[in-house]
Design a protein around this ligand. Sequence first.
Ligand code: PLP
Length: 459
Amino acid sequence: MPTSALIESDRKHLIHPVASLRAHEARGVTILESGRGAWLRDIDGNELLDAFSGLWCVNTGYGHESIVRVATEQMSRLPYATGYFHFGCEPAIRLAEQLIDKAPKSLRHVYFTLGGSDAVDAAIRYITNYYNATGRPQKKQFIALERGYHGSSSVGAGLTALPVFHQNFDLPLPHQHYIPSPYPYRSESGGDPQAVIAESVAALRAKVAELGAERVAAFFCEPIQGSGGVIVPPKGWLKAMRDACRELGILFVADEVITGFGRTGPLFACEGEGVEPDLMTVAKGLTAGYAPMGAVLMSDEVYQGIADGAGTRAAVGHGQTYSAHPVSAAIGLEVMRLYHEGGLLANAAAQAPRFEAGLRELLAHPLVGDARSRGLLGALELVADKATKRRFDPALNLSEKIASTAYRNGLIFRAFNDNILGFAPALCYTGEEFGVLFERLKKTLDTVLDAPEVRAAMA
Ligand code: PLP
């Protein structure tokens, strides 16, 4: 099919996730065709350095022959096995064992999903079931962070605190509440780590007091907020929030859909901070995007409460046809091997200082107000005025300008609406590739800075 026909057909029929449908109709689709390592090629033959691992998921990089091999072998042997009722398959059992072996010690049981949204949805359903089953049906209020992202399920999108996920969707629901993000760059305390942590803990305590601890089920958070603009809290924040939840008698859920699988250094961000959550959601890096899969991991206490509540005869009514899919699980096993024996975690740890230094150097650029990162997850926050941290007027549509300029320069990253540029390079990046990333990024920022309307906005 010629490219123009594909674009036309896409425009007519395909609804794209989280896009302005009208803007997409006008703009048309960008079609990607192949990938190798950290590099993508589009349908016009342009070579692009992917600094976002697809959508923070292709942590291994593209084109791993060993992943293709295990997927093909599993497809030939058994392309599908239901996990329903009492059936199962070897790859899913082995992957569950590996996850439990490597996850924080508090987590003992795994339910596999198709991605992150349904992992969050499953977590919410299991928590609801747990409290009902253990005789505390009044514990139904959920607390999450402003700017948080917890996927797009009907209920999970209410814990997500980004306006476009609520607008016209009748969200949030009355039992969903938020507290401010731990956002050092924009915190009232000027970013002092201990003050940022104390503010968050106080906000959680206040919200629980307002709702009544006996009515609060859980606190959900990303260890580093991704889609909200890569908000990196101070080290110690996650532990403080975990400890506060324990003290307040509410469940602590770590949504590690982005931060899991080496993105921030250790396999899980919780591990890096010595945090043991009650539940944890994962996806993305679990299969490095080679097939859809997510999971919710839970403590023995939550599992036993649910199991006892249903007794020996009644089913726990939560399931999907493709839960614990054998091909995705086989891919997950190979991806886990690549993280560890394949050296990806070690490479990411070795390259992280180069990544951090590259971002920090750009603080000298007139557009850059903040540079932040942990491991290979980072962001630049652009501002119209560094002294006041004033944001650019959204009417300038600067994010779109930056993303399209970067694309022309052969670089892909995520330009969020409020002019935060998010980066999540694959764990296989070489030093040379980081050199290319920062050279193309600087060139992009310089071009954008030269635009008369940008200069005028900064005056
Ligand atoms: N939770 C977090 C923290 C995420 O970043 C995402 C996706 O970006 C999700 C949940 C939803 O995952 P999915 O897009 O696989 O449904």
